[in-house]
Each structure stands twice: as structure tokens, then as C-alpha cells.
Design a protein around this ligand. Structure first.
Ligand code: PLP
Length: 445
């Protein structure tokens, strides 16, 4: 295809898109003017648009990719599964691929977690987890219709997940529809002169007061451990995660950690809770589980939560929750291949290493008044830039500039996100950080 054909094809696809498609988290009144990319194919750490231009995948295709694109081992695992079984139900029957993945997850998550309940997206795993917590309490004779959660949290876009979220811009509209909850402040938003450890202690004290008031009615505390990602990579001290565990024990309520973003190596450890030495009662995972190939998520549950659901079929203790595609075998096969590659290649250790490379490269931004703060744990990086007068959407403008330098990412308001696939090479990481630094200098004056 020559250049003008490629351009015609691109224009045609964008016109068809504009007349039929509704995109997630997208203001369609401005979308056509934002020069959207049409992605055609991908290879390794790069994606290619319909004009043949290549871009480094600087945000892991929205936080999901692990080993890069078109990984031969994962491609083959999906093909092999396709030869045996594309899909069958997990309601009342089972299959080897789902069993094997459950075993692998139980072996890789904190010891307390012994059961895997599969869903499809991060949000649907959060729905399952919060329903489990409520029902589990009920089956232990306790009426606990409330959740305690944290401001600036993000757990997905279904109504239960929104109920335990706390990002005004995304969630305020739906407030009249939401579950009753109790919300504490964010441990990631510091007051002037405060350290993260001081802030953690302050929010834990606030949570203690909320629990003293309402604890008897709270079935679970829901947090994103260590990084409130969608809020703009707000990081908090590990003492916060430890303190939440203590509060859960003291007030006999479940600790529900949402590791959909932080899990599977993103923080440089397999799980963010590992960095705090804490074992939760329920853990949700998603995003990276299939290596960034297919939708799959899971709730990992403790044996005591699981056991609270056992009883006669007529007891009403069944977890009446599931999906048509629960534990889809193609998704499970991709996940198994992904986890094997992570083991063989020591991917989590590599992620910790490239996190350090990111830190070294971004050190030049310290003291630069174009930058409010650089926040990072492992590979999860947010560079908060100073808003520029007259530049609408400063973070977006920086990312558009990065695109011209061949690096793709998506901002969260004025936070430029860098979250490379865990297997990215040091050289590619440096290309990514250099593009971010150059673009910040060009756009933020
Ligand atoms: C992305 C995300 C979700 C939602 O996952 P989806 O697959 O987009 O539904 C939930 N929790 C956290 C912490 C996330 O980052």
C-alpha cells in the first residue's frame, strides 16, 4: 500500500468510526479533532498505525501488556487451546485449563488465598468481591451492608465498583444510584509538609473513628494497595496497607485489596501487598493476567470466606453470581502461558529493575518547576505537570507531543503516565523517558 492509499484508508476508517462507534472515556464532541490513531498491528514493544508509523507502547496498552505484543508462546497457547475447546460453561461443569490456572494463581498469591473465582474484567471481579464480602458476613449472622473505602479510589465502572470508588470527575454523576458506603480520605494526598508515613497514620486514625462508629455494619475495607492508579498514580506508604490489615482484624471485617492494576509485577513485586508483608481476605486481579491479550479477571478468596458459603443447596448459601464466559478457556490458556513466561524470564525482577531505570532517567525533572511531582512504585509512574495557562488539557498536550516522538501513552488529567510492559528493555525504557522529558520541556513552559 502506498502513502496515499494508506492515508485514504485511515480517513475512511475514521469516518466510519465517527458514524458508528462510541468509545470508552471519550468526549466525542472533540474526538475527531484529537487526531485519533488507527492501530493496525503490533509487534514486541511497538504498535503500528494504518499509516505504517510505529510507536513504543509506553502504557502497556492501558496497563495490560506484560511481555510485549505477538509473543510467540502466548499466541501458540491460544492456538493450541482453540484446537481443543474454544468455550464451554463453568456453571456446573469444569475444564482442565481453568483448573490449572486456578492452581497457578493459588500458588502465586498470598498463602491465605486458596480459591480462585473467575470473571472477565477488573470491574466485574470487584463486583464479585464486594458481593462475597456482604454475603459472607450475612452467612455468619451479621448484617453488614456498608463498605469502607478511600477517596480517589478507582475500581472499575460498574455500579458496585463505582460505589467503592472516589474520583469525583468519574463518579459524582452516579452518586444517586450508588451503594451506601463510608469513605475515608486518600492516604496519597498529602497536606503541606506532611510525609507519606504521617499521612498514612492520619488516615488510619480517621478510618478507626469511622469503624468505631459504623464498624458493626461494615463488611469490608476496599483499597488499591500502594498506588491509587487511576487517580494519577497517587502513592502511599506501606504502613497504610499494614494498618488497614490491623483495623480489619480488630473490627472483624474483610480486607479487600484491588490489585487489578498493581498486581502481577507492576510494582516490582508480584503483589503490592507483598511489599507491605500483608495478606488480604479477598484480592482482585485482572489487567496483566493474560499478558494483555484477552479479558480475564479473578477474585482470590481465603478459605474462611469460601467456607462461609458452604451448606445445603436449599440453604441459600450459594454464591449466585457468574457470567456466560466465566473462565473462558482461551483466556485461561493465555493466562497460563503468560504466568509460565513470567516464571521463566524472571519478569517481576526485571520490572523492578526497569522501575529503577525510570527513576534514574526522570531524576533530571527534580526541581524543575514544570513538574509538580514524579510518583513511582516499580514500573507504575506518574509525572504530574504544572497546568499551563492557555493550554487546554496540559497532560494530553504532552502525550500528543510524545506521540510525534514515537511513544504512546495516555494521561490522567495533568499526570503523564509511564507504565511500560514489564519486559521492556532498558534501551526502550530510556527512549520512553527521553520522549516524556523532551515533551514536557516543549509543552510546559
Ligand atoms: C482498571 C482497574 C479496574 C477495572 O478493570 P477493567 O478491566 O477496566 O474493568 C479495577 N481496579 C483497578 C485498580 C483498576 O486499575
Amino acid at each position: 500500500m502506498n502513502a496515499s492509499e494508506a492515508e485514504r484508508r485511515t480517513r475512511d476508517l475514521l469516518e466510519r468510526d465517527a458514524s458508528s462507534v462510541w468509545h470508552p472515556f471519550t468526549q466525542h464532541a472533540v474526538w475527531p479533532d484529537d487526531d485519533p490513531l488507527v492501530i493496525d498491528r503490533a509487534e514486541g514493544m511497538r504498535v503500528f498505525d494504518t499509516q505504517g508509523r510505529s510507536y513504543l507502547d509506553g502504557n502497556s496498552s492501558l496497563w495490560v501488556n506484560v511481555h510485549g505484543h505477538r509473543v510467540p508462546e502466548i499466541d501458540q497457547a491460544i492456538r493450541d487451546q482453540l484446537e481443543r475447546l474454544g468455550h464451554t460453561t463453568f456453571l456446573g461443569s469444569t475444564h482442565e485449563t481453568g483448573i490449572e490456572l486456578a492452581e497457578m494463581l493459588v500458588a502465586r498469591t498470598p498463602q491465605r488465598l486458596t480459591r480462585a473465582f473467575f470473571s472477565s474484567d477488573g470491574a466485574s471481579s470487584v463486583e464479585a468481591a464486594i458481593k462475597m464480602a456482604f454475603q459472607s458476613a450475612a452467612q455468619r449472622g451479621q448484617h453488614r451492608p456498608l463498605y469502607l473505602h478511600i477517596a480517589e479510589g478507582y475500581h472499575g465502572d460498574t455500579l458496585g465498583a463505582v460505589s467503592v470508588g472516589g474520583i469525583e470527575q468519574f463518579h459524582a454523576t452516579y452518586r444517586p444510584l450508588l451503594l451506601a458506603t463510608v469513605m475515608a480520605d486518600s492516604p496519597g494526598i498529602l497536606r503541606e509538609g506532611q510525609t507519606r508515613a504521617e499521612r498514612a497514620a492520619e488516615v488510619l486514625q480517621q478510618m478507626r473513628e469511622l469503624l468505631e462508629r459504623d464498624g458493626q455494619r461494615i463488611c469490608g475495607i476496599v483499597i488499591e494497595p500502594l498506588v491509587q492508579a487511576a487517580a494519577g498514580m497517587l502513592t502511599h506508604d506501606a504502613s497504610f496497607v499494614m494498618g488497614v490489615r490491623q483495623l480489619c482484624d480488630e473490627f472483624d471485617t474483610l480486607m479487600i485489596v484491588d490489585e487489578v492494576a498493581t498486581g502481577l509485577g507492576r510494582t516490582g513485586s508480584m503483589w503490592a501487598v507483598d511489599r507491605a508483608g500483608v495478606e488480604p481476605d479477598l484480592l482482585t486481579l485482572g489487567k496483566g493476567i493474560t499478558g494483555g491479550y484477552l479479558p480475564l479477571s479473578a477474585v482470590m478468596a481465603s478459605e474462611s470466606v469460601y467456607e462461609s458459603f458452604l451448606g445445603a443447596p436449599t440453604s441459600g448459601r450459594t454464591f449466585f453470581h457468574g457470567h456466560s464466559y466465566t473462565a473462558n478457556p482461551l483466556c485461561c490458556a493465555a493466562a497460563i502461558a503468560n504466568l509460565h513466561l513470567m516464571d521463566q524470564r524472571n519478569t517481576v525482577a526485571h520490572a523492578a529493575h526497569i522501575g529503577e531505570v525510570i527513576a534514574e532517567e526522570l531524576a533530571v525533572l527534580h526541581g524543575d518547576d514544570r513538574v509538580v511531582e514524579v510518583r513511582r512504585i516499580g514500573t507504575m509512574t506518574g509525572i504530574e505537570v504544572a497546568p499551563v495557562d492557555g493550554v487546554d488539557r496540559t497532560g494530553f498536550a504532552v502525550c500528543q507531543h510524545m506521540r510525534t516522538l514515537g511513544v504512546l501513552t495516555r494521561p490522567l488529567s495533568d499526570v503523564v503516565v509511564l507504565m511500560p510492559p514489564l519486559a521492556m528493555s532498558d534501551d526502550d525504557v530510556r527512549t520512553m523517558t527521553a520522549a516524556a522529558i523532551e515533551s514536557i520541556r516543549a509543552v510546559v513552559r
